[in-house]
Design a protein around this ligand. Structure first.
Ligand code: ZN
Ligand code: ZN
Length: 345
């Protein structure tokens, strides 16, 4: 059965409008989720500004969300209408080589809800049953809509960064991915130093358990961190800033120890970003990318529901879906100490 959904539709760069869209009937293996909360993301902002080539228009954005199962397809047996869920948003082909090797995040023809498919900035969104994850009653919809961000940080910190107990970790960038990475690294028993250029974000990082924070404008910052770390260098550095700058990867290679790991989790505006190539060679640095999530929703849901990780402090604003554009503009201007904005349809 077709459903009408009030949604925020992106018609082109900086052209986001609330309108009524018709969602075609769900397929046998799909469910229709009634969205309770969404969370605005930096990549939504890139899409809004026309800086995300994978987006075609018109598109309902929204890939971080939680809700309730409203309809289910005829082949959906494990799920019930009314169940509270959050969703992984990557839809892999399941047949290409990376998929068959269990690396679905590297699928050769990956599609993502909210990018190649219509997303959750509306009352309803279609989701394949394989992508559903049940929410415990103790987990709020608001926190659940940040789980997707947490899974990306989990991949960067645990899988790609191999962060373990007693590691010294520097995370460059205190945006949502960086703060989630902090939470995962702390839960892993690491000592975590956070770097940013915004004072209020360093405050959030402190409140979320950072061992120490550093303002990136401090010219001696690298030296100070290396002194604290015992001069040998930092075990693991997670780059979670990206964007329109060229300093953070240079900083990461200066900070990391011989044979250490640098994880690139940030998305850079410029594809050609300088790195210290001779240091990578002579000090045998491991520079690794981190992309998306690797089926870590159950672990991340459990970490938050059990109280081991607390995402509350990241939620700085709550808006109605009609105000999504205002929220994106607040993120762009980094106004009002914004970290994570929750939107409610
Ligand atoms: Zn996101
Ligand atoms: Zn694939």
């Amino acid at each position: 059965m077709e459903v009408t959904s009030r949604a925020a539709v992106l018609y082109g760069p900086e052209n986001l409008r609330m309108t009524s869209v018709t969602i075609p009937p769900i397929r046998p293996e799909e469910v229709l989720v009634q969205v309770k909360t969404g969370s605005l993301c930096g990549s939504d902002l890139h899409a809004y500004l026309g800086k995300l080539p994978r987006i075609t228009f018109p598109r309902v954005l929204g890939h971080e969300f939680a809700g309730v199962i409203h309809q289910k397809g005829e082949k959906v047996s494990r799920w019930q209408i009314g169940q509270r869920v959050c969703c992984s948003v990557d839809i892999a082909c399941e047949t290409c080589e990376p998929c068959r090797q269990g690396r679905r995040n590297l699928c050769e023809s990956l599609e993502t809800i909210g990018f190649e498919r219509d997303g959750a900035y509306g009352e309803f969104v279609k989701v394949p049953q394989r992508n559903l994850h049940l929410l415990p009653d103790t987990l709020s919809f608001e926190e659940a809509s940040i789980i997707q961000t947490l899974t990306i940080a989990y991949n960067a910190v645990r899988r790609r960064g191999e962060v373990m107990i007693h590691d010294q970790v520097v995370i460059i960038g205190c945006g949502p991915i960086g703060l989630c990475a902090l939470a995962v690294a702390k839960a892993s028993g690491a000592k975590v130093y956070m770097v940013d250029i915004l004072e209020y974000r360093l405050d959030v990082a402190m409140a979320m358990g950072a061992n120490q924070t550093f303002h990136a404008a401090n010219a001696d910052m690298v030296k100070i961190i290396l002194d604290i770390g015992g001069k040998r260098g930092i075990d693991k550095v997670i780059e979670a800033a990206g964007g329109d700058q060229q300093e953070t990867l240079l900083m990461a290679t200066q900070l990391v120890k011989r044979g250490g790991i640098v994880v690139v989790a940030g998305t850079f505006a410029d594809d050609v970003t300088p790195m210290r190539i001779n240091e990578i060679k002579s000090r045998e640095l491991n520079v690794r990318g981190a992309r998306g999530d690797v089926d870590d929703f159950p672990a991340c849901i459990d970490l938050v529901a059990s109280g081991c990780i607390n995402l509350d402090k990241m939620i700085t604003h709550r808006l109605r879906l009609e105000e999504a554009e205002k929220g994106l503009r607040m993120m762009m201007a980094k106004e009002e100490k914004v970290v994570k904005i929750i939107v409610t349809p």
